[in-house]
Design a protein around this ligand. Structure first.
Ligand SMILES: Cc1ncc(COP(=O)(O)O)c(C=O)c1O
Length: 407
C-alpha cells in the first residue's frame, strides 16, 4: 500500500516540475528568444547614436530606395483614395482588378500564365507573405530549408510556425547558388531568392529547372522570392521560376512593388503559383489580416499596366550607381562580387579585415552605415553589404571618405 501510494504521488510531481516549472507566469513566446535581433533594428540604433553625436551619416545599410514612387502611381492613388467604395474592408485575396493586372503582367513580362481567380494573392508586402508561408505549408516539427546568407524572414517565419529551419550555405565559388545535391531530402519547404539579397547573385533558367526537378523528387514546396526581379542592369531580365514547365505543381513565387516602383512604404505585393499553396496562405491571412487597402491595389495595378518606362528609369539610375560604386570600391582594395542585379554590392573588405571590424570602422571613421554579412547568417561572415540607396553625389562622397580609412 505504502509503495503504491509513493508511486502515484511521485509521477505527477515530476511531470509538473518539467512542464510548468520552466515557464514563469507572464512569460512571452519562447520562440522569440530563438531569433537573432532583427538586423535593421540593430543597425538603426547604431545609426541613430551616431546622428545624435552629430555625424553626417551616409546610410548604405537598409535596402530602402531613396527614389520616390513614380508620379503615375501616386496620381492614380490620389484619385482612388477619394472613392468611398475603397474605404471599406478590402477583399482578402485582392480585388479582381488587382489580380487580373498581375496575371497580365506575369504573361507580358515572363510569358507565364496564372489564373487570377485561384493562382494570385495580394499581400501586405512580400515580407508578410514570406513570413506567413511556413504557417500555411509546414506543420510543426517539419523541416524548412533556409538559405544562409539570406533574407531574415525565411528563418523567423519558420520558427514562428514551430517548424525546424535547416540552413544551407550559399558559397561564392558556386555563384551563391545552392548545391542541390547537398540539400537534405524530403523537407517540407525550400526558400530560394534570386536575384539574391544580400549577394546580388542571379539564377539561370537552367538552375531553376534543376531546382524544380529537385523539389518534385523530394515532395518539397519551392518558395521563390523575386523581390528584385526588375532590378537588373545587363538588359536580361532574370527568370520567374514559373517559366519552368511543371513548376506550378510545386512552387509559389513572391513578387513585390517595393523595389520595382520604390513603394516600400505602401505595403503591397503578390504571391502567385500553385493554387493549393495560394489557398493555404490565403487561409492563414484571412485569420490575421484584412487585406491591402483597395485604393493602394488600384494604384499598384495601374503601375503594372503602365509603368514600363518608370521601371526602365529605375534601372538606369541604379545601374549607374552600381557601376560607380563597384569601380570605386575595387580601386580601394575591396573585393566586389560580380553581379548585375539588385541594389546591393556584396564585398570583402580590404586586407582580410573581418566584416564586423570593417563595418564598425566605416561608421566610426567615415560616417557610413553598411551591413555586416553575418547579419544574414553565419554564411555571410567575411562580407559586407552595401545598399546603393543614395544618389551618385553621396556615393562619391562615401568613396572619398572611405579612401581616408587606412586598413
Ligand atoms: C529578398 C527580399 N524579399 C522580400 C523583401 C520584402 O519586400 P516587401 O515586403 O517590401 O515587399 C525584401 C526586402 O528587403 C527582400 O530583400
Amino acid at each position: 500500500m505504502r509503495r503504491a501510494r509513493t508511486k502515484r504521488k511521485s509521477r505527477p510531481r515530476r511531470r509538473t516540475a518539467g512542464a510548468r516549472g520552466a515557464r514563469a507566469p507572464y512569460s512571452v513566446n519562447a520562440n522569440l528568444s530563438k531569433l537573432p535581433p532583427y538586423l535593421f533594428v540593430e543597425l538603426d540604433r547604431k545609426k541613430r547614436e551616431a546622428i545624435e553625436r552629430g555625424v553626417d551619416i551616409i546610410n548604405l545599410g537598409i535596402g530602402d530606395p531613396d527614389l520616390p514612387t513614380p508620379a503615375l502611381i501616386v496620381d492614380r492613388m490620389a484619385e482612388a483614395i477619394r472613392r468611398p467604395e475603397h474605404h471599406r474592408y478590402p477583399s482578402g485575396k485582392g480585388s479582381g482588378e488587382f489580380r487580373a493586372a498581375v496575371a497580365r503582367y506575369m504573361d507580358r513580362k515572363f510569358g507565364v500564365k496564372v489564373d487570377p481567380a485561384t493562382e494570385v494573392l495580394a499581400l501586405l508586402g512580400s515580407k508578410e507573405g514570406i513570413g506567413h508561408l511556413p504557417l500555411a505549408l509546414a506543420s510543426p516539427g517539419e523541416t524548412v530549408l533556409v538559405p544562409d546568407p539570406g533574407y531574415p524572414p525565411y528563418l523567423s517565419g519558420t520558427v514562428f510556425a514551430n517548424a525546424i529551419p535547416r540552413r544551407f550555405v550559399l558559397e561564392e565559388r558556386n555563384g551563391f547558388l545552392p548545391d542541390l545535391s547537398e540539400l537534405p531530402p524530403r523537407a517540407r519547404l525550400l526558400f530560394l531568392n534570386y536575384p539574391n539579397n544580400p549577394t546580388g547573385a542571379t539564377a539561370t533558367l537552367e538552375f531553376l529547372e534543376r531546382a524544380v526537378a529537385w523539389a518534385r523528387e523530394n515532395g518539397t514546396w519551392l518558395a521563390y522570392d523575386v523581390a528584385y526581379v526588375q532590378a537588373y542592369y545587363d538588359g536580361r531580365r532574370p527568370p520567374s521560376v514559373l517559366q519552368i514547365a511543371g513548376a506550378k505543381d510545386v512552387s509559389i513565387e513572391f513578387h513585390s512593388f517595393s523595389k520595382t516602383y520604390q513603394m516600400t512604404g505602401w505595403r503591397v505585393a503578390w504571391a502567385c503559383g500553385n493554387a493549393k499553396a495560394i489557398a493555404a496562405l490565403a487561409q492563414v491571412k484571412d485569420n490575421v489580416d484584412s487585406g491591402v487597402f483597395t485604393a493602394i491595389q488600384e494604384a499598384a495595378a495601374w503601375g503594372l499596366d503602365h509603368g514600363d518606362a518608370e521601371e526602365e528609369t529605375m534601372r538606369r539610375i541604379q545601374g549607374a550607381r552600381r557601376r560607380l560604386f563597384s569601380e570605386g570600391l575595387r580601386s580601394l582594395g575591396w573585393g566586389v562580387f560580380e553581379s548585375s542585379a539588385t541594389f546591393y554590392l556584396w564585398c570583402r573588405p580590404p586586407k582580410g579585415t573581418p566584416s564586423d571590424v570593417a563595418v564598425a570602422r566605416l561608421l566610426e571613421e567615415a560616417g557610413i552605415v553598411a551591413t555586416p554579412g553575418h547579419g544574414f547568417g553565419a554564411g555571410g561572415k567575411g562580407y559586407v553589404r552595401f545598399a546603393l540607396t543614395q544618389p551618385e553625389n553621396r556615393l562619391k562622397e562615401a568613396l572619398a571618405r572611405m579612401a581616408k580609412v587606412a586598413w
